[in-house]
Design a protein around this ligand. Structure first.
Ligand code: NAD
Length: 339
């Protein structure tokens, strides 16, 4: 049904149902690590919700799922406040939308009198976001993203991941720094782990993303330690006393400190370069160490990031391009989406 030609009254019921469904699916995905539908199906419902809200803002409630970073804190873990907020990412599903985003962001920087942005282009790792807090070079806390303000304390579980240093190497560690990244299970390790489970007569894990999330959110760290978890860092939170001009410089510093940075990112100058990167990894996506569900494009300059700012849910200086789904499941809900 075309949203544009439908009066708000007729959409109210559909809107409520959609919002409830999105909340329910998010709960299963984030709290139970057991999705009820595929990501592509979820994205479609979420898009429809956004589409209705864009045309009928009067329907938007304060607790709409579009106003929040998905994921609450489970009572099984201690709640911890992040020192600076963690955000989600704005999604785009076509190269046209990606192009429009790049052009819009370029124009915003020009209106603000800033230099042309450089595009820090990365793989979107299909894993679980984790916030590491280092004080004077020592890992003191690790937490899930949660609702972006408050996460779950999973320090003991994160300490079982061998790539994550308990103490940073190198020099120049600030009194406090938050380092964000993605915990994932490498594709090969995932297959091997499932073979072992099957040989033991146990049920295999459904997919690497949910397996990583489920593994990290175990009550018993000894159980987490058995899972082949790995991590790449891709973000900064609080970082007082660190004088940096670009996020890519931060990655170089993190590498010096012994943190696992991705070998795949590039700093690109033009939209064409970004589109070529997307095409390249669209071909290579199954030859990589980990699964990806898209490409993340970020403005590299930190001053520009600050000036562009963020909404309640996402930064305005980054976007996630999602590759078309490779396997589309049957639709659960009978809705049509005009794309
Ligand atoms: P998201 O996963 O689309 O994007 C935000 C996250 O991307 C960040 O939190 C970060 O952890 C991660 N990320 C990976 N690589 C990154 C990189 N290089 N740089 C920066 N960030 C990177 O957003 P979301 O809000 O966490 O969740 C939405 C996703 O979860 C969608 O893909 C959706 O399909 C899926 N989901 C599925 C269901 C379901 O029922 N199947 C339910 C809820 C959400």
């Amino acid at each position: 049904e075309n949203v544009e030609n439908t009066p708000a009254e007729d959409l109210r019921d559909e809107y409520q149902r959609l919002a409830d469904d999105v909340r329910r699916y998010r709960y299963a995905y984030y709290q139970q690590d057991e999705p009820l539908i595929s990501d592509a199906e979820f994205d479609e419902l979420y898009r429809r919700l956004e589409e209705i809200e864009a045309l009928h803002p009067e329907l938007v409630s304060n607790d709409s799922p579009t106003q929040e970073v998905g994921g609450e804190v489970s009572a099984a873990f201690a709640a911890v406040e992040h020192l600076s907020r963690m955000y989600s990412l704005e999604d785009v599903f076509s190269l046209e939308e990606l192009t429009a985003w790049v052009e819009k962001t370029f124009a915003s920087t020009q209106n603000l009198g800033l230099a042309a942005p450089r595009w820090l282009t990365e793989l979107k790792i299909d894993g679980l976001a984790v916030n590491l807090l280092y004080r004077d070079g020592k890992l003191v806390r690790a937490a899930t993203r949660g609702d972006g303000t408050t996460g779950e304390d999973i320090t003991h579980n994160v300490l079982t991941i061998k790539e994550i240093p308990r103490e940073l190497s190198g020099t120049g560690h600030p009194a406090e720094v938050e380092i964000r990244g993605e915990v994932f299970i490498p594709s090969k390790a995932f297959e091997e782990y499932n073979e072992v489970l099957i040989a033991q007569g146990k049920a295999p894990l459904a997919n690497p993303r949910n397996a990583a999330a489920g593994s990290l959110r175990q009550k018993d760290p000894a159980e987490t330690a058995k899972r082949p978890l790995s991590m790449y860092v891709h973000g900064i939170g609080r970082h007082e006393g660190l004088d940096l001009t670009a996020q890519s410089d931060f990655y170089a510093l993190l590498k010096d400190w012994g943190l696992p940075t991705s070998p795949y990112f590039r700093v690109l100058e033009t939209l064409d370069d970004v589109l070529a990167f997307i095409a390249e990894y669209g071909e290579k996506r199954h030859e990589l160490i980990h699964e990806i569900d898209g490409i993340v494009v970020k403005v590299d300059q930190l001053d520009e990031q600050r000036q562009l700012g963020h909404t309640s849910r996402v930064p305005r200086w980054a976007v996630a391009y999602k590759y078309p789904p490779e396997e589309v499941h049957t639709k659960l809900l009978d809705i049509q989406v005009d794309v």
